[in-house]
Design a binder for this molecule. Structure first.
Ligand code: S3P
Length: 426
């Protein structure tokens, strides 16, 4: 996909539904009693993988363009799939599903694409085994994983070694099948969509000071779910509007759950001009965000904010390359085990544009504000890298090529169309 330096981005857009919430809506809808009508669903490949897995376990799921109707099977209504479950590129599907599968009365095998087979699963296997689950990896702690039925699961008290919502959620979902409460202690707050949705479906979940407790419910009661737009997708346009002179973009109906808004805090710290309007609350807080071009400056991004912006660090690295002065990103070693090694990959791709960026053990250091030039940017099969480098291209002198642009379909199928619309080219 060829992109040139942009003269300005203008318009009001809606970005696709939140990926994390879309996954959970299908999963919990499948385990609930009754039908769940989901609006604003993200029809990206990752969430379609979740739908596919549940269909293979006998759950009836109907889809239209942005809506999904899940006919809940109940907590104990899943059926043994006739083949191994395939989770594609989706870490969320893989890890959360393992929590659910640990409590099923049938054996099952689960795996995904080449990237999934390289992502660490030991982090979920350890606590699930402590709960009594029988889960093994064909290659130790990596997919494919085999899960065998056990007579019962027990609740545990578990301190997470990493602030990971996928890990926390896998344990909570197994906790639905445990014979005693499950208690989790997080090193720092991670996204809490699972807890919020479980509560909305009638389960008792207490959260306080990084402690989460789930009392195993007798059942979950279905409730319609309106998925807000994904702040992680909005982030690309917040940065694009900030770095491309003469820009103003409004993104409607964006989810601003406080466990996800690290991007707003970090960009504002860098001097970004972002305003909030139309703030309202459902199960999740939602608003419209408007970003205007501005001069950014460097900052330090480290510590407790990291889980609140973990998926936005690639696009923040792009923002930092256009910002005056130094940006330091620390405590972000988790980036190495995402869809790609996002530290190494962002350093290599931004360097191609002439950015002064270096890798550190747990992050990167970017000396920004130097003019960047177009180049041929690889995506490393990572949707967020492809979109980050596309935004970078808009600020680079000359022409750039984004290789493997189709990968954006994982979380944002219309990304390049939206970009063209904002440039007035559609
Ligand atoms: C997610 C949690 C995060 C995030 C991922 C989605 C979720 O992963 O990076 O894109 O939906 O729970 P970790 O929990 O591994 O940090």
């Amino acid at each position: 996909m060829y992109l040139s330096q942009s003269a300005g981005l203008h318009g009001t857009i809606t970005v696709p539904g939140d990926k994390s919430i879309s996954h959970r809506a299908v999963m919990l809808g499948a385990l609930a009693d009754g039908d769940t009508h989901i609006t604003g669903f993200l029809m990206g490949e990752d969430c379609l993988s979740t739908i596919d897995c549940f269909r293979h376990m006998g759950v009836q799921i109907e889809t239209t363009e942005h809506e999904v109707l899940v006919h809940g099977a109940g907590l104990h209504g899943l059926k043994q799939p006739d083949k191994a479950l395939y989770t594609g590129n989706s870490g969320t599907t893989t890890r959360l599903l393992c929590g659910i599968l640990a409590g099923q009365p049938f054996p099952v095998q689960i795996s995904g694409d080449a990237s999934i087979q390289k992502r660490p699963m030991g982090r979920i296997m350890t606590p699930l085994r402590q709960m009594g689950a029988d889960i093994t990896g064909i290659h130790q702690n990596y997919c494919p994983l085999k899960i065998h039925p056990v007579p019962s699961l027990r609740g545990i008290s578990y301190t997470l070694p990493v602030a990971s919502a996928q890990l926390k959620s896998a344990i909570l979902l197994a906790g639905l099948y445990a014979n005693s409460p499950t208690h989790i202690i997080e090193p720092a707050p991670s996204r809490d969509h699972t807890e919020r949705m479980l509560r909305a479906l009638g389960a008792e979940v207490q959260s306080e000071n990084n402690h989460v407790t789930l009392i195993p419910p007798r059942n979950l009661i279905s409730k319609d779910i309106a998925v807000p737009a994904d702040i992680s997708s909005a982030a690309f346009f917040l940065v694009a509007a900030s770095i491309v002179p003469n820009s103003e973009i409004t993104i409607q109906n964006v989810g601003i759950n406080p466990t996800r808004t690290g991007i707003l805090d970090a960009l504002r710290d860098m001097g970004a001009d972002i305003t909030i309007s139309n703030h309202h609350n459902n199960a999740e807080p939602v608003c419209d965000l408007t970003a205007r071009s501005t001069k950014l400056h460097g900052t330090i991004i480290a510590g407790e904010i990291i889980p609140r912006l973990i998926d936005e660090l690639p696009i923040l690295a792009v923002a930092a390359a256009f910002a005056e002065g130094q940006t330091v990103i620390r405590d972000a070693q988790e980036l190495k085990v995402k869809e790609s090694n996002r530290i190494a990959v962002m350093v290599s791709e931004l360097s191609k544009a002439g950015a002064k960026i270096r890798e550190t053990e747990d992050g990167m250091v970017i000396d920004g504000g130097h003019p960047l030039h177009g180049a041929s940017f690889a995506s490393f099969n990572d949707h967020r890298v492809a979109m980050s480098m596309a935004v970078c291209a808009l600020g680079c002198e000359g022409q750039s090529d984004i290789l493997n642009p189709e990968i954006t379909a994982i979380s944002y199928p219309d990304f390049f169309d939206t970009l063209k619309k904002l440039e007035g080219k559609m």
